[in-house]
Design a protein around this ligand. Structure first.
Ligand SMILES: [Zn+2]
Length: 140
């Protein structure tokens, strides 16, 4: 646990970027507020680690299992053409995957997703509906 880490403290700075969907055994799943890629989520590792290789191997395997599980559910739910996975962590150094559904005829197909184009924030009801759809898909 690091006090200045948004994933450890789950503070308002985290809430500006995403909302929690659910916790799994080794991770927490969030819905990213910028939904220009419909279904974009973040899966943060349960404990503070900066690099994947710092995670004890057993936990790493279980975290990857959860990543695989979540990505499969998102693919089924949103019927996307591909899912992009990304870990950066230069600025937020708690291990977390961006899980980003990509659509063949949509923005940034064939290139890395990025935040360099304008975000799309949904109406609150729509955003909550997506959150609930993912939660239902994950838990059933
Ligand atoms: Zn942390």
């Amino acid at each position: 646990m690091e006090n200045n880490c948004i994933y450890c403290s789950k503070d308002k700075n985290l809430e500006k970027l995403m909302i929690e969907i659910c916790t799994l055994e080794y991770s927490t799943l969030y819905l990213f507020k910028d939904q220009k890629h419909l279904g974009r989520c973040v899966l943060a590792y349960k404990y503070h680690a900066t690099e994947l290789f710092e995670i004890p191997y057993d936990n790493y395997q279980l975290y990857m299992k959860e990543l695989r599980f979540v990505a499969n559910k998102l693919k089924e739910l949103f019927n996307c053409d591909k899912i992009n996975y990304a870990i950066y962590g230069d600025l937020v150094n708690h291990v977390h995957f961006h899980i980003v559904p990509k659509y063949r005829d949509d923005i940034q197909w064939g290139e890395p997703f990025s935040d360099k184009i304008n975000p799309i924030f949904l109406e609150n009801d729509n955003f909550k509906e997506i959150k609930n759809l993912i939660l239902k898909k994950i838990t059933t």
